[in-house]
Design a protein around this ligand. Structure first.
Ligand code: ADP
Length: 484
């Protein structure tokens, strides 16, 4: 195993600026998905520690909110710089607990840091308004104020960036936060806290509650009236649970949930570019992102060429431990993830899918699956209706543009969509017709801190990143100033 920097290998929770064990003394194991070895035993916290963290965040809130925007901005900027300076060590830790190739892990650390830089800048631009008055004796003013204590729950597939994407705008706006990282990947989160502390983020402003039992922590957050906002990234099923719980106190929610991204290739596309886009979108993090291409639809005239070229390029992908040079596909996160992909493949095969390459687990280790391309997919297959979260490209044919848009939209989800086409009229029609929060045209990669990320339908509520992302963490106050 790569040597991990002991400075960042923290095993306690981080509450009120202190590193603390669970009150019960319980711990849970964090393992390396590449070989199942133990990396650390982390404090296994629960509702009690969550309440302590909320107490701390609640107490820290007025002081943090009262600082000038410039002051909060400088502190966030310092955090950003420290993360960038330590990117290699953070990436090694991320690969160890999550499995993704080191280059991707480093990319995530930098991408995650970019939200802190961005919102450090946005902190200074949270403008209110003065509205022209309807009466001579009064004036109308709109204030934007921090919403309060934020509860954030994050997934394992981006253990660093999903935290910064929530915590940076929260802190920038003047909010404080309690974060529950995913049970598979708490170490990257704890490492971020090491640097937050060093950057001067005050005790209580950013708290981390690691746990192997998510539900009681989620309940402690959603049932507490001091939590004014829940920001969640994860599955649609858990998003629904949290939204229901948040309804008790009408707590605001931002939800970034599952996707089922269509990837459309039209007859007029540049096929080589479409293949490169497909590789980039499909196989990032071994297929384990909510914006990975999930359903490929390819027009009749180019179907065979695209399928053949994609299969050839897929065969070339290097599979292995994420800490080995040149590796492009690491392990899946855990045994349940592998079982799911195996089930989807078995079902697809039984219902007539044709395997062009892959189709089996890979002998590199217990959690590896061979990058796969299948064709002849039909709507009865589970793989056509499920977020795969593994390195499997599942291809269907289509005949015309209207059919393609209808197929792409025929899902309860609406996060990202991709399509490749050159005809300008078609590009506009398809872009407008897709029911998703994000559309990538002639590219397989689109994420950036400067653009809004989020979904429609059952893929979520709200947007993260960009100038829109800060809005999730402020309340609008309408002030009517009379007696002028
Ligand atoms: P995934 O399928 O990606 O693991 P989950 O939605 O299960 O997605 O997990 C995303 C995050 O939600 C993780 O931090 C997980 O611990 C947390 N989580 C899972 N169940 C609950 C729950 N009942 N309440 C609160 N958080 C939960």
């Amino acid at each position: 195993m790569t040597n991990l920097d002991p400075r960042f290998l923290r095993t306690q929770g981080y509450i009120n600026g202190k590193w603390v064990d669970a009150t019960s003394g319980a711990r849970f194991m964090v393992s390396n998905p590449a070989d199942g070895t133990q990396i650390a035993q982390v404090a296994d916290m629960g509702a009690e520690e969550t309440r302590e963290a909320i107490n701390a965040a609640h107490e820290a809130f007025p002081g943090w909110a009262a600082r000038t925007a410039g002051d909060r901005s400088k502190t966030l900027r310092k955090w950003f710089e420290l993360i960038v300076q330590n990117a290699d060590a953070l990436a090694a830790l991320l690969t160890a607990e999550q499995g993704k190739p080191l280059t991707e892990a480093r990319g995530e650390v930098i991408y995650g840091a970019s939200f802190i830089e961005w919102f450090a800048e946005e902190a200074k631009r949270i403008y209110g308004d003065v509205i022209p008055s309807t009466g001579a004796d009064r004036r109308f003013i709109v204030l934007k104020q921090p919403i309060g204590v934020v509860g954030a729950i994050t997934p394992w597939n981006f253990p660093s960036a999903m935290i910064t994407r929530k915590v940076a705008p929260a802190l920038a706006a003047g909010c404080t936060a309690v974060v529950k990282p995913a049970e598979d990947t708490p170490l990257s989160a704890l490492a971020l806290a090491v640097l937050a502390e060093e950057a001067g983020i005050p005790p209580g402003a950013f708290n981390l509650v690691p746990t192997s039992k998510a539900a009681p922590v989620g309940e402690a957050m959603t049932s507490d009236t001091r939590i004014r906002k829940i920001s969640f990234t994860g599955s649609t099923a858990v998003g629904k649970v949290l939204m229901k719980q948040a309804a008790q106190n009408i707590t605001k929610v931002s939800l970034e949930l599952g996707g089922n991204a269509p990837f459309l290739v039209f007859d007029d596309a540049d096929i080589d570019a479409a293949v490169e886009g497909a590789l980039a979108s499909k196989y990032r993090n071994a297929g384990q992102t909510c914006v990975c291409a999930n359903r490929f639809f390819v027009q009749d005239g180019v179907h065979d060429e695209f399928a053949h070229k994609l299969a050839e390029r897929t065969k070339e992908l290097l599979i292995g431990r994420g800490d080995q040079p040149g590796v492009q596909i690491g392990p899946l996160i855990n045994a349940a993830a592998l079982t799911k992909v195996e089930h989807l493949m078995a079902d697809a095969k039984a219902r007539g899918a044709i395997i062009l390459t892959g189709g089996e687990p890979h002998n590199q280790g217990d959690l590896f699956f061979t990058p796969t391309v299948i064709t002849n997919v039909n709507p009865d297959m589970d793989i056509a209706n499920t977020e795969i979260f593994g390195p499997v490209s599942a291809l269907r044919r289509f005949n015309n543009e209207d059919e393609a848009i209808a197929l792409a939209n025929d899902t309860p989800f609406g996060l990202a969509a991709y399509f490749f086409a050159r005809d300008m009229g078609r590009v506009w029609r398809v872009m407008e017709g897709l029911e998703t929060g994000i559309v990538a045209v002639n590219t397989g990669l689109f994420t950036s801190e400067v653009t809004p990320f989020g979904g429609v339908k059952q893929s979520g509520i709200g947007r993260e990143g960009s100038k829109y992302g800060i809005e999730e963490y402020v309340e609008i106050k309408n002030v009517c100033l009379g007696g002028i």
